[in-house]
Design a protein around this ligand. Structure first.
Ligand SMILES: C[S@@+](CC[C@H](N)C(=O)[O-])C[C@H]1O[C@@H](n2cnc3c(N)ncnc32)[C@H](O)[C@@H]1O
Length: 275
């Protein structure tokens, strides 16, 4: 199936925003890099793919553990940043622009990992079948994906704060269509993995709070305008960005602590399976 829409999306404004917010995103998402690494246990010399690696934070951590990771991502601006980061730190991690659902490793892999990079395939069963074919027998899979939007306050709160300004409530995406919350349903994830030939698929719930980027309400509101489902609604509905920002900043002020930091609930699956 065709991933063109997502490839265009991640090479356009979304990719640029992820580059701009990369350091803040990595701090916010660090708990999930650790959760994936705890599940995956990459060993020295192991060949690893980081699926939808973005700016490469997880890939670089895997390389620090002595493994040999390659990050694959459709987004050229994010892969450029990942390569710059690897060069700056002398990392042996490598990066390639590519659609992970159609990518074949030069040698079979020990491990496939991802932090929020596996929910964007038009045909997830085809994608996970292809990725399994690139694994050694018994190879491991470990990834993080969001549970449903309604359980993820970090994404829901800015959407609710801006609701009165939206021309229409954002329509829920059609079932099964790619997007950040498309792997929210545990049975769906297990079905995708089983139908694509992975065995022993298991999901563990991660629940906690994550710290939003930004040292004050203005910076945090700016981040919330750029990242997450609200940013899509703003672009699609051509909304007045400054009005939306004011509404979000007001809500951030209510949610933040005395130091101006905002910690919001996140709900994630840590998924494991074997090739
Ligand atoms: C939510 S971001 C996560 C980025 C990164 N894993 C992180 O944790 O910072 C999703 C990433 O998946 C990538 N992506 C989407 N579809 C893809 C595909 N078919 N193949 C490879 N990467 C893809 C996007 O370009 C984007 O970088």
């Amino acid at each position: 199936m065709d991933n063109t829409a997502q490839i265009d999306y991640w090479n356009g404004a979304a990719g640029q925003k992820w580059v701009k917010e990369a350091d803040g995103l990595d701090a916010m998402l660090l708990p999930f890099a650790h959760a994936v690494l705890d599940a995956a246990q990459p060993g020295p010399g192991e060949r690893v793919i980081d699926i939808g690696c973005g700016a490469g934070a997880l890939t670089l951590l895997v390389a620090e553990n002595g493994a040999e990771p390659i990050g694959v991502d459709v987004s050229s601006p994010l892969i450029d940043l990942a390569r710059r980061r690897a060069a700056a730190t002398g990392s042996n991690a490598t990066f390639q622009v590519g659609d992970a659902s159609a990518w074949t490793p030069p040698e079979k892999l020990d491990l496939a990992i991802s932090r929020f990079g596996v929910m964007f395939f038009a045909d997830p069963v085809q994608a996970f079948s292809g990725m399994r074919a690139g694994m050694k027998p018994g190879g491991r899979l470990a990834f993080a994906c969001w549970r449903p939007l309604l359980e993820n306050e970090w994404a829901l709160a800015p959407m609710v704060a801006a609701m009165a300004l939206l021309k229409a409530p954002p329509a829920p995406p059609p079932p099964g269509s790619p997007g950040p919350f498309s792997f929210g349903d545990a049975d769906h994830v297990k079905r995708v993995l089983t139908e694509s030939g992975w065995s022993n698929a298991r999901l563990a719930a991660w629940d906690g709070k994550i710290e939003m980027p930004g040292l004050n309400e203005d910076e945090t509101a700016e981040f919330m305008l750029d990242i997450g489902p609200l940013s899509r609604a703003i672009a699609e509905q051509e909304l007045d960005r400054s009005a939306v920002k004011s509404a979000i900043a007001k809500r951030v002020r209510e949610l933040s602590d005395e130091k101006g930091r905002t910690r919001l609930k996140a709900a994630v699956w840590i998924v494991e399976a074997s090739a």
